[in-house]
Ligand binder design. Structure first.
Ligand code: ATP
Ligand code: MG
Length: 307
């Protein structure tokens, strides 16, 4: 074997796009704007003072676009998605869905959270029908609609099962069906696969892309996971913490359809390097989390070091 050092892999710039990717972005930007966030600010007033959770956030999402939001813990990702869902008020700025201000929750937005939020006493199908019932659709019509969406997420055989009989991935598929059954304009997902093991997570990512490809839905997806964001997104909104500001809106230069092959492509690695640099800059200041890092105490009285 030669002792020669291998040259470092030279990655292309994450700003470089193939013609096919450029064309896809041109088509994307030609589509109408579904969601517009303008000068959005959110300040929480707490007993200890004010927390600026979001500062002057601006972005637009086009119809059938897949946007991921990424950023360190506490940078305001959940706050942002809860404001978009109408579950949280904002301090100033505008959130427009189809050019209309968001003033509260509505059936034009579907939500999927990280935790399993299914009703344990309802069957899978009854869980999916819940969203319809809330909007006054019941009986045969609700049953037909629920069947359709269960088929789309591949769970028609589990219609009569109860949530405790399902795996974590299957539960999240039911949650997706329940969110989509009202045919929202946008699907808002807050770390929906965060509790899944790596293998189920990869399957769910591929499954979500399949659903997205086949229906008219715009997706805003929050994640901590850089690979997940690159694998799924058209564009990635990178936030920074304290206060939660937009650092960059990255156009992912990876071609579609996406598969395992792309995850080692130069474009994928270049995008990951850029995200790493934004999220974990080498000279970064100690974070709030670093400050509360527990001291490691040795509980064993063994002299030899395992490393
Ligand atoms: N109800 C609240 N009252 C006061 N402060 C809050 C409230 N909710 C969130 N915050 C603060 O706002 C900031 C943003 O919180 P948020 O939960 O949106 O972050 P996040 O990016 O979703 O974090 P994580 O990645 O850990 O889920 C944090 O500093 C948090 O402590
Ligand atoms: Mg969060």
């Amino acid at each position: 074997m030669s002792n020669e050092l291998k040259p470092a892999v030279i990655l292309p710039s994450y700003l470089e796009q193939s013609q096919a990717v450029k064309d896809r972005f041109t088509r994307l930007k030609d589509r109408e704007v579904i969601l517009e966030v303008k000068n959005l600010n959110k300040v929480y007033k707490t007993a200890k003072g004010e927390v600026i959770a979001l500062k002057n956030v601006n972005f637009k999402t086009h119809r059938r676009e897949f946007v991921c939001v990424i950023g360190p813990s506490g940078c305001g990702k959940s706050t942002l998605i809860r404001i978009l869902a109408g579950l949280e008020s904002h301090t100033s700025g505008d959130v427009l869905l189809d050019n209309k201000p968001v003033t509260g929750p509505g059936r034009d937005r579907g939500m999927v959270f990280q935790g399993y939020t299914l009703f344990p006493w309802r069957t899978v199908k009854k869980n999916v029908m819940f969203g319809l019932e809330m909007n006054g659709i019941t009986g045969e019509e609700a049953s037909r609609e629920a069947d359709l969406w269960l088929e789309l997420v591949g769970l028609e055989k589990f219609a009569n099962a109860y949530p405790h009989e399902l795996s974590g991935g299957m539960k999240q598929r039911v949650a997706i069906a329940r969110a989509l059954v009202n045919q929202p304009r946008i699907l808002l997902m807050d770390e929906p696969f965060g509790a899944l093991d790596a293998q189920s997570r990869a399957k769910m990512q591929a499954h979500l892309l399949e659903i997205w490809r086949n229906i008219d839905i715009t997706i805003l997806f929050i994640t901590h996971d850089l690979d997940e964001a690159i694998f799924l997104a058209d564009r990635i909104l990178v936030l920074k913490a304290h206060p939660g500001e937009v650092q960059e809106l990255i156009e992912v230069p990876v071609s579609r359809p996406r598969g395992v092959m792309q995850t080692t492509s130069p474009e994928f690695l270049a995008t990951k390097a850029r995200l790493e640099a934004l999220i974990h800059p080498p000279e970064s200041e100690p974070t709030h989390e670093d400050a509360v890092k527990p001291k490691m105490i040795r509980f064993v009285n063994v002299k030899d070091n395992v490393e």
